[in-house]
Write a new protein. Structure first.
Length: 256
């Protein structure tokens, strides 16, 4: 009785397992045409003996045969197992591989990048710091409150009318409902403040005689002068220039 070839064994096992060539192909990821050729003992499309052995193992496993035993039969029919290849022969390079030399940190480049960052930060600080108060000689300015998030209520202790007006000073208190450009000058034209008052921030200035204001958006701020709220200051986006003088001291009549 003639023994079955490997291809016939694979075909018989597949049919016995109730599998189609398409199902074996999906299970092994081997093309259907190659499996058909293998079942006919044609291994030319496998790409060589090495790949043929791998395909035989995969198909044998999929159809329920012993992969190692099936490959052993293949080796016997094709002159034995392939000779082992030395690892040195596989990984021996034909050309010298140049490995990039690891260099130390380029401190010159790092310093240049750091200086660039510092310069950018300084520029942003100058632009963003335009809202800082400007102190003029001879003019007393109330200390500004720290910046707070928008729409955060700010509480100040009320200042008595006597302390506000007894020395002929004008006290101006501005609260920004949204960011707005504000310019503040005293009676001599000296600048008390010039810049952006950020949203939610409240600032107070005091100067003798008179205080002049230039508001780029009158609707963006609320204003108090000597403790009294200034109404109808201006609409949204309206530029307004206003001046406020110190109230004249009251003259007391002598008792007769």
């Amino acid at each position: 009785m003639q023994e079955q070839s490997i291809g016939a064994m694979l075909a018989a096992a597949r049919q016995s397992a109730g599998l189609t060539v398409a199902q074996v192909s999906a299970a092994t990821r081997i093309r259907e045409t190659i499996i058909h050729r293998m079942e006919q003992d044609d291994y030319d499309q496998c790409g060589g003996q090495f790949y043929a052995r791998g395909h035989i193992k995969a198909v044998a496993r999929a159809v329920g045969l012993d992969p190692e035993a099936t490959v052993h039969l293949y080796d016997q029919e094709h002159g034995g197992a392939p000779r082992p290849v030395r690892a040195a022969a596989v990984f021996q390079a034909d050309k010298k591989i140049n490995v990039p030399e690891h260099r130390g940190t380029n401190w010159t480049m790092a310093l240049g990048v750091a200086l660039t960052i510092v310069a950018i930060f300084g520029t942003m600080r100058v632009i963003g710091g335009a809202g800082d108060h400007v102190q003029s000689p001879g003019v007393r300015q109330a200390s500004a409150r720290p910046t707070v998030p928008p729409n955060t209520p700010i509480t100040e202790r009320p200042e008595s009318a006597t302390s506000r007006n007894a020395d002929g000073m004008v006290t101006v208190r501005i609260r920004a409902k949204r960011s707005s450009v504000v310019h503040v000058h005293d009676a001599e034209g000296r600048r008390l403040f010039s810049g952006t008052l950020k949203a939610g921030r409240t600032s107070t200035w005091r100067a003798p005689g008179k205080v002049s204001l230039l508001l780029s958006d009158a609707g963006a701020v609320s204003l108090q002068v000597n403790g009294k709220t200034v109404k109808r200051l201006g609409g949204r986006g309206e530029t307004v220039r206003r001046s406020f003088e110190a109230p004249k001291p009251a003259i007391r009549q002598r008792a007769r």
